[in-house]
Design a protein around this ligand. Structure first.
Ligand code: PRX
Length: 656
């Protein structure tokens, strides 16, 4: 793709045709900002059906004079929508049937072997009710935690909604995790019920999930009752366990009254990697979380009942919870679930799914977009993608080059793109643009959404100047905040504190605010490159490298081999597009691009061309392994990577 001049990249307005029918207009946005925090959260909460209307939008708990930055005694408890009662399953299923939309599609499933299955809202309601009745029969009571260890099959959202119906928080464990990881999570959540399946298909092979689940149950410190979904249809026996299909058949026609939950009651548990790399339990509430994800699906993803939405994230992660299940279903949309990976069985499977289902809104990660770029624009261009009207990205910074490629080759040069910044802890989107109201700036996420306030601060928690980098903090509570963040200030585990009386949640990400107030995310605070006295951002350097024609992906690390006499060096691992040679000419262009974008101080001292980069299962490049390779260190266990084989290839390239 030809390089564009920087000016052309600066600002992009959404097309008039989109603005005219957008859910949230510039006038709506201004009215929300005018209403102020926290009152502006009333309108989002009105997207839901409440069994009992809340008494107030927010109760910030008892004031107590905890002005100190690290005062751990501040026990105030933040409660969103106190006094309100609701049920998430009712909001995501029943009310759409009651409104006469029972025959409209709720879930479209695309199986790994090319099978498809759809559920109308009525069918979804029937299966959710039947499984909720079955869970009750097994002994699941309100507030019991049910663990769901399932791949991307429709039984996963059904089970989530069945749990929500009876007030049993679910804890979804990503199906790619090991038996040990599952055992830790069963114990950590004190969960005595597990819904799993016999196995699933991944890159052509049938994987045995049941054996992993059995091993986890044996090593867990308490008894676990298992329900097994039959996915593979082979002879793997359910043994003493319950077969999901039998339970649903036995409860056919059951009607389970949705349990009316207080807004603060827990909807689900989810584990994420904490700052120490250990799994950390995050808990989300019913009213606050559901309001946040329904509202952002409406305002940012612009979803409504007529839309087919595809969020390509696995439901095992927070993105799948919020924007493949709860958000779109709360709004009555049709949500697409795909069991496979984007390159399997062919590299154009993604475009085929969009074309076949007439997908309106496609939400994916920059890692996937970079892979699509690498495979070539001929793939999206050979499909009719004209149904698409909005594109989204999430999970990592997207550089301007990938942004333009996405818009030009997937969005026909027309679709607005929403870059959405958020975290497992935030529950839903925090920074983005409103596609019907705001201009887009490729490479920048956007502003804090209405009703959310953020700042960029230095180590002491004080604001830095516009254009200077610092840590992104959220300075007021928001409805989707994890339950633990509501419980006072704790600079340790919860990363909340009070600075001169202002509450702050430290996100762990670095950012810069530009002259228009748009935030440019610079990666995690721990991805800062410290080279002697130079402090540089990996993202800034990487985005300059990715801007070079022929480069698909790049990651930079610091080489600080203790035995080396020279200063620490910046080592860039660069993956060229297919059919592009990783040669000295490209190496030179990489160096020149960084020098031009940031300055000589940031130019890589070493450039290693690599076929691909080591990634976590959620698609994030793991710089830690690259740093170890660059420094000739022992890598330890690489089994948590999605592509552990890459590490060996890189080591041999560097002759380590
Ligand atoms: O570093 C930020 C990055 O992903 C982190 C959160 O990861 P996780 O809890 O797994 O949630 C994933 C779902 C959002 C953040 O701390 N991140 C997320 N979105 C963006 C991003 N970085 C840059 N731009 C984004 N749009």
């Amino acid at each position: 793709m030809a390089d564009r001049s920087p000016d052309e990249r600066e600002w992009v307005s959404p097309p008039e045709s989109f603005v005219e029918r957008a859910n949230v207009t510039a006038a709506d946005r201004d009215a929300l900002r005018e209403a102020g925090w926290p009152e502006c959260w009333k309108r989002p909460a009105d997207l839901l059906d409440w069994d009992r209307r809340f008494d107030a939008v927010l109760d910030e708990g008892d004031e107590n004079d905890a002005d100190d930055a690290n005062d751990a005694d501040d026990e105030r408890t933040t409660r969103w929508f106190p006094g309100g009662r609701l049920n998430a399953s009712y909001n995501c299923v029943d009310r759409h049937v009651e409104e006469g939309r029972g025959e409209e599609t709720a879930v479209t499933w695309e199986g790994k072997l090319g099978e498809t299955r759809t559920y109308s809202y009525r069918e979804l309601a029937e299966e959710v009710n039947a499984f909720a009745a079955a869970l009750r029969e097994l002994g699941v009571e309100e507030d019991d935690v049910v663990t769901l260890y399932l791949p991307m099959i429709p039984e996963l959202p059904v089970a989530m909604l069945a749990c929500a119906r009876i007030g049993a928080p679910h804890s979804v464990v990503f199906a790619g995790f090991s038996a040990d990881a599952l055992a830790t999570r069963l114990e950590g959540a004190d969960s005595q019920y597990l819904v799993t399946c016999d196995g699933y298909y991944r890159r052509g092979a049938a994987l045995d999930l049941k054996r992993r689940a059995d091993n986890a149950c044996v090593s867990a410190d308490h008894e676990v009752e298992q329900v097994v979904v039959n996915r593979l249809d082979d002879d793997r026996s359910v043994g003493d366990h319950y077969a999901y299909a039998d339970l649903v058949a036995a409860n056919e026609g059951a009607e389970v009254e949705p349990v009316s939950r207080e807004t603060d009651d827990l909807l689900f548990f989810i584990y994420t990697s904490g700052t120490t790399g250990e799994p950390t339990l995050v808990r989300h509430t019913t009213g606050g979380y559901l309001t946040h994800v329904a509202w952002t699906s409406h305002a940012v993803l612009d979803l409504g009942p007529d839309d087919t939405h595809w969020c390509s994230a696995d439901v095992g992660w927070i993105t799948g919870h919020s924007y493949a299940v709860y958000g779109p279903l709360a709004l009555g949309a049709n949500t697409v679930l795909y069991e496979g990976t984007s390159d399997s069985p062919e590299t154009d499977r993604v475009w085929e799914i969009i074309e076949r289902n007439g997908v309106d809104v496609f939400y994916t990660a920059p890692t996937s977009i970079r892979a699509f770029m690498k495979w070539g624009e001929q793939h999206p261009e050979s499909h009719d993608l004209s149904s698409l009207r909005l594109l989204g990205t999430v999970g990592e910074p997207i550089d301007a080059t990938a942004w333009h490629w996405y818009r030009d080759h997937v969005g026909d040069g027309e679709c607005p793109i929403v870059d959405t910044w958020w975290q497992t802890e935030t529950g839903g989107m925090v920074l983005s643009t409103l596609p019907g109201a705001d201009r887009m700036r490729p490479g920048a996420v956007g502003k804090s959404l209405p009703g959310i306030e953020t700042a960029v601060v230095d180590e002491t928690g004080h604001r830095v100047e516009e254009g200077e980098s610092g840590q992104l903090v959220v300075t007021r509570p928001w409805p989707g905040m994890a339950r633990s963040l509501c419980e006072g200030t704790d600079w340790g585990a919860r990363r909340t504190r009070r600075i001169d009386g202002e509450w702050q949640y430290a996100t762990g990400d670095n950012a810069v605010r530009d002259e228009e107030g748009y935030l440019h995310l610079l990666g995690r605070a721990d991805d800062v490159l410290k080279v002697s006295d130079r402090r540089l951002s990996t993202t800034e350097i990487e985005s300059a490298i990715v801007g070079v024609d022929g480069v698909a992906e790049a990651a930079v690390v610091v080489g600080d081999d203790e035995e080396a006499l020279a200063d620490p060096e910046i080592h860039a691992f660069v993956s060229p597009e297919s059919n592009v040679a990783g040669d000295d000419a490209l190496r030179e262009r990489v160096g020149a691009a960084v020098e031009e974008a940031i300055g000589r101080v940031a130019s890589p001292d070493v450039v290693t061309f690599a076929p691909s980069l080591p990634k976590t299962r959620s698609g994030k490049v793991v710089r830690r392994y690259l740093a170890a390779i660059a420094n000739g260190e022992d890598l330890g266990d690489t089994s948590a990577l999605r592509n552990p084989e890459v590490v060996g290839e890189l080591e041999s390239l560097l002759d380590r």
